[in-house]
Design a protein. Sequence first.
Length: 98
Amino acid sequence: MSNINAKKWHQDELERVSKFSFKNESSIRASNLCGCFYCLAIFNADVITDDELLRETDGLRTVWCPKCGIDSVLGDQCGYPITADFLAEMNLYRFKGY
């Protein structure tokens, strides 16, 4: 079991990473592996269907997690690890008051 209390990433970097979960369809389509930092699911990018896309007002689309329906999906094209530890730390930062 990972120790999510051992913070490995600086808050500024986690904030930058969280922006990859918004208007991210092109990044997700270019990725192989994805993860949700809400439910911590890790899955292949090819499972994303149009049902998991939300069209934003500018026409770009945000991917929603196919497991939990939350818009907290990152793809490996963002340059950060899609691992249980990293997703847990992102969850701690975004949802639990890092």
